[in-house]
Design a protein around this ligand. Structure first.
Ligand code: ADP
Ligand code: MG
Length: 537
């Protein structure tokens, strides 16, 4: 194939200034991009597609005549493409894009070049994008005046093949941008967990490219609120929005005030409404509205919110007039909204609207490899806030990290627990050194806190998997044991590893420990399957 000599086909635009023919005689002494392109000794152009607008018909014809005289082998064809505003990127790109789509490019027969030259940077950028994205299946050819050549009309040419690896650095620049965005979202804390890093990578892309709602799920303290703030800041840094961040915890919006707080109200809309007020939705105009714990929002407010997202407008309480507000919604929840829909507590249509970009932040116990870096980060944070530097001694640090990454540490409050633990350690440390005794104390505190919160969630766990009727039919003994088993199952990603923890002693007496099937048999007694447990989590 490669041995076949292909025709050289160039696409070029007429430049009203540089290509201008002017007074007939001096025109040959001038550098004119399109004529010079066709005057090159070592480049034979077989076809030249000249794009020009309606005002330049005459110029295009004159240039064609001159090209034919310097390069009889070039067949020039004229195409009329009108730019209302040649400095408008969107318009120029769209028209060139459409023009490319209409062409029947035959890359087996032809070698395509897109001509870029001085003074046409809008076209340069658009043709770069079209070539890079392969909508134009060729290379770029750049012409410029050559001040060293006595014959001014010839100029220089350079062919730019974007497929060559040296142009990868152009693409790499974009990668650097992405990398910076990801680091920013992670708050500069080094993270090793692969799933978490993938998650952040995706969130970064969506944050930069989309204005659609986002839903951040995950247990309390996993970092949803913090991430929402960082997404907002990243968008702001990249000049993607003008407005502010309005953060609202929906759990605090209860009763009749909820509507007015969200959507605003008129003066006298209800008793106590002495003045008209903007609601959160209006304050978030052109910015981000972060609705934390969206699962706590009342059904009526949910309906209004859905309407407001879809129409970018709503009625304040007590008002007939419509208020407009365009904001990006980020919602946070630690509830399973599908379960809430089943209970009739959450609107299915609202979930459908907000779960286009849903991201589940992992619990800290599922990111144990990231604990050491986060401990350092929290220590640093404490030093900055308090103005004095506290450090672990070596043994104390390894004891704390050892505990923190063990199965004994459930980190049920996630980063919030880690942050409190470090704050306590730093505050109580004498002479700015955290000792092993300090760490032992703290481990005891954490363990106690986690076991008492365990009792509290005992019925919550059963409620997640069984109906009230089923629970009422359980003996206290079974209820205790089952909730314990379920809690262990929630912590594991496979039935085999959950089984290993549950049967840790008896399995050692068996010649073939069949942890999974023992666990499944136990769950069967209550009509439960492993799949059900993992799908709720
Ligand atoms: N990725 C993280 N690394 C370290 N600390 C974090 C991280 N995300 C959140 N935090 C800290 O943990 C605490 C809880 O985070 P938050 O965003 O309020 O969690 P959530 O909204 O999921 O309950 C905050 O003090 C926050 O500064
Ligand atoms: Mg939160």
């Amino acid at each position: 194939m490669d041995s076949v000599v292909k025709d050289v086909v160039v696409v070029s635009l007429i430049g009203t200034q540089l290509d201008y023919v002017g007074k007939r005689v001096d025109r040959w002494a001038k550098w004119r991009p399109n004529v010079s392109l066709c005057s090159q000794d070592d480049l034979v152009i077989n076809q030249l597609h000249l794009l020009h607008d309606n005002h330049s018909n005459r110029l295009a014809n004159d240039v064609t005549v001159d090209i034919e005289s310097v390069s009889p082998e070039t067949e020039v064809s004229l195409h009329s493409v009108n730019f209302q505003n040649p400095w408008d990127f969107e318009e120029v790109y769209a028209k060139l894009f459409d023009w490319c789509l209409q062409q029947d490019f035959d890359t087996d027969k032809n070698d395509y070049l897109f001509h870029i030259t001085t003074g046409t940077h809008v076209v340069q950028i658009c043709s770069y994008l079209l070539t890079e994205s392969r909508h134009f299946p060729g290379r770029l050819i750049q012409t410029s005046p050559d001040h060293n050549n006595k014959n001014k009309s010839i100029g220089r040419i350079q062919i730019i093949d974007l497929d060559l690896s040296r142009y990868d650095q152009l693409a790499t620049r974009f990668d650097v941008e992405h990398q910076e965005g990801k680091e920013f979202l992670k708050g500069g804390i080094e993270t090793k967990n692969k799933d978490f890093n993938n998650l952040i990578g995706q969130i970064e892309k969506v944050a930069i490219r989309s204005k659609d709602p986002m839903l951040l799920t995950g247990p309390t303290g996993a970092g949803k609120s913090q991430l929402a703030t960082r997404i907002f800041q990243l968008k702001k840094k990249r000049s993607m929005l003008k407005g502010t961040l309005v953060s609202v915890n929906c759990a605090t919006l209860k009763g009749e005030n909820a509507m007015a707080a969200l959507f605003g109200h008129t003066k006298g809309a209800f008793t106590g409404a002495l003045k008209a007020r903007d609601g959160f939705l209006l304050t978030a105009n052109e910015g981000v509205l972060f609705l934390d714990e969206i699962g706590e929002l009342g059904l009526e407010e949910q309906a209004m919110l859905l309407h407001a997202i879809e129409n970018k407008s709503f009625h304040p309480v007590g008002s007939d007039a419509v208020v407009n507000s365009g904001f990006q919604l980020i919602a946070g929840t630690n509830k399973n909204l599908k379960e809430e829909i089943k209970k009739g507590a959450f609107r299915e249509d609202l979930l459908a609207r907000i779960n286009l970009w849903t991201y589940e932040l992992p619990a800290l116990k599922d990111r144990k490899e990231d604990i050491p870096a986060n401990v350092d980060y929290e220590i640093e944070l404490y030093s900055q806030k308090s103005g004095h530097r506290v450090q672990f001694n070596k043994e104390a640090k390894s004891r704390f990290i050892g505990f923190a990454v063990s199965n004994k540490a459930t980190w049920s409050g996630n980063f919030r627990d880690l942050s409190s633990a470090i704050t306590r350690l730093c505050t109580l440390a004498d002479s700015s050194r955290i000792t092993i005794a300090d760490v032992e104390d703290e481990i005891e505190k954490l363990t106690r806190a986690w076991s008492s919160s365990g009792e509290q969630t005992h019925t919550d766990i059963l409620n997640s998997y069984l109906s009230t009727e089923q629970i009422q039919q359980l003996d206290k003994f079974d209820a205790q044991q089952l909730s314990y088993v379920l809690a262990v199952c929630q912590r594991h990603t496979s039935m085999a590893s959950a089984g290993r923890e549950l049967f840790d002693v008896s399995r050692t007496f068996k010649s073939q420990p069949n942890d999974s099937s023992r666990l499944q048999k136990y769950l069967n007694k209550f009509g439960l399957k492993w799949r059900d447990i993992r799908s709720i989590d």
